[in-house]
Design a protein around this ligand. Sequence first.
Ligand code: PGA
Length: 342
Amino acid sequence: MMSSGSGISKNTGRSLPTQDVSFKVTNFASAQKQINNFQDATVGANRSNIGGFGFGARAFSGRRSFALAAIPKWAEGEWSDEIKARKFMVGGNWKSNGDFDFANKFPQDVLGKANFDTELLDVTAAPTYIHLATVQQKLKGKKVEVCAQDVSEFGAGAYTGNITAEQLADMGVKWTLTGHSERRTLFGETDEITAIKTKAAIEQGLDVLLCIGEVKEERESGVTDDVNARQLKAVADVLSEEQWGNIVIAYEPVWAIGTGLVATPEQAQETQYNIRCWLAKNISPKVAAATRILYGGSANAENAPELIGQKDIDGFLVGGASLKPDYLDIIKAVNDEKKKQM
Ligand code: PGA
């Protein structure tokens, strides 16, 4: 828990309330970065949510400068207390795979055997639309829930081939993906269409696994965070702060999807931390702390245990491995990590 009370600034002798605040004597550049982070984060955020303040002072000792930074813990990226509050999640994405036999057998033979604590973890499986009702039926009374892979940006009407959010809700489906990179790259779905779909689903009471991520060239040219920010902004433009409560972000570097090339734990952690910072600055610190951010892209039973140990990875969106019994090992790794944190 955060401490409360007061502290004395070494530089000014002023008494500072320490509620929600951590003190750090650090070099000036680093203190300045943290203070900037705090100041950026408070722009546009409701200050009354924050319960903290930023303070920086500079002192010189010979040629070196030191600074005392007193900033709210969330502003310096310390979300460790909130980690415990975030339920983890494992989502399976079957894409255009599986026949009628698979849709009938896999839920019973594999998914029904998933052993996890539903208080700690949500687990979903996303078959194609044609198998959705079958899989849903087979999972009745089990812990794993069905998820749609996509949803129409329109309501009921003359939209041949589209399934509406209302129809999903009517069928008792509680989850859908939006913005999967295959929808974006193969079917030309823009950030704006993804945003409209996301909003349509949330307004029908669904929870959304919102997929974002950069392609290989974008990673190589160093614009990963900008791409994620652009994709998130389109959604932020149409959602209220409250509606972020229905979003789980799936960060999926496109170069890692279906390629066997998984992001390193450091790459995934750094990018997901930056996504959380974006949420703090552009939505609210509260949303940043509460939003689950999953990693997706060649996640499997071997790499899951190390990835899930990263602070800003709250689970996985799994493609290929979700069609195999390995899915159970991924679920177990995530459940074990969550239990360890409690
Ligand atoms: P993959 O797919 O696990 O097969 O890489 C992930 C996804 O597309 O969601």
